[in-house]
Design a protein around this ligand. Structure first.
Ligand SMILES: [Zn+2]
Length: 312
């Protein structure tokens, strides 16, 4: 590039860096691809100065490739600029780490890589501390340690009081489920209710493989215990046998979770017990014709969402 041209372009890039103008991004994006290493370096530096003014995500996307620029000073200024974008530049951390570990990298590049990494991580910690989390059950704001503990155990946000309640309920539920398995199907599976027995026997009679009460599958971070899972169909069956308000609220939430997770669910109710050929057979036949991706949920009988409450 001719010296005079490079000088003109450099002046323009510097001016853009001082402009505080969000529209400067598109022109600077072009300058980041300039054949002149000086112009690329100045453009990276200008973008860093405009952090907080220009759109962060596209700016980071422009800066990121400059970390592998053949010219070390371009890499140095790109790293510096990325640091200015804080949490928005989190995806640059692996590339920054690679630069830092490269023995051939000059020290001045490593220094700016180190401070950029530190700036991004600090910004991330501050953002995490500022995030306000509320208990899923009572709505109270939870402390960071409550947040961490409930996420780890239950994959949801709970205050300490609700955490203890949930843990007790979960234990009681597990015991109740095991205690309730008293009804034996023809193929020897122990189930909880007459409805479940009929479903299990219908499946066995139609030579459809099933798993009964498989423990705690994860759907969207929630632990769910489906009544039946049919591996050949990749479909879940839930038998909704009770009618209490709490049971119904849990049922609605679970049905929503299946739907949002894109899992195929067939819901069966006490009325369906006597007509499983129609209620279950027809739905399975329809599913066999529909690829899983196309059918996010087959539940047409899903009642309206009534109340938000975690499942038991
Ligand atoms: Zn709570």
């Amino acid at each position: 590039m001719r010296y005079a041209t490079e000088k003109t372009l450099s002046a323009r890039v510097k001016a853009l860096g001082e402009s505080a103008d969000p529209a400067a991004l598109s022109e600077l994006t072009g300058f980041c691809a300039s054949p002149s290493a000086l112009v690329r370096r100045l453009a990276a530096s200008a973008l860093g100065k405009l952090a907080g003014v220009v759109d962060a995500a596209p700016s980071v996307d422009v800066l990121l490739p400059l970390l592998s620029d053949p010219h070390p000073q371009v890499r140095q200024y790109a790293a510096k600029a990325l640091g200015a974008f804080g949490t928005s530049a989190e995806k640059a951390l692996p590339a920054l780490r690679d630069l830092y570990r490269n023995p051939a990298e000059p020290d001045y590049v490593k220094r700016s890589v180190t401070s950029a990494g530190l700036a991004i991580k600090t910004a991330r910690e501050i953002a995490a501390k500022q995030a306000v989390h509320t208990c899923r059950r009572c709505g109270r704001t939870v402390a960071p340690d409550e947040y961490a503990r409930s996420q780890r155990f239950f994959q949801r946000v709970l205050c300490d009081a609700c955490f203890d309640e949930t843990a007790t309920e979960r234990r009681n539920f597990e015991t109740q489920v095991e205690d309730a398995k008293r009804i034996r199907t023809v193929d020897g599976t122990l189930v909880q209710s007459d409805g479940e027995r009929r479903i299990a026997e219908w499946l066995a009679a139609h030579k459809i493989a099933y798993r009964y009460d498989t423990r705690l599958r994860l759907i969207e971070g929630f632990q769910i215990r489906p009544d039946f899972y049919l591996p050949e169909y990749d479909v879940y069956i839930e038998y909704w046998g009770m009618d209490t308000p709490r049971y119904k609220a849990g049922m609605c939430l679970k049905q929503d979770l299946y739907m949002h997770a894109g899992k195929r669910l067939i819901s069966l109710y006490p009325d369906d017990k006597a007509r499983l050929d129609a209620a279950l057979g027809a739905k399975l036949a329809a599913l066999a014709r529909t690829p899983p991706a196309a059918a996010s949920s087959v539940d047409s009988l899903r009642p309206a969402y009534t109340q938000q409450e975690p499942p038991p």
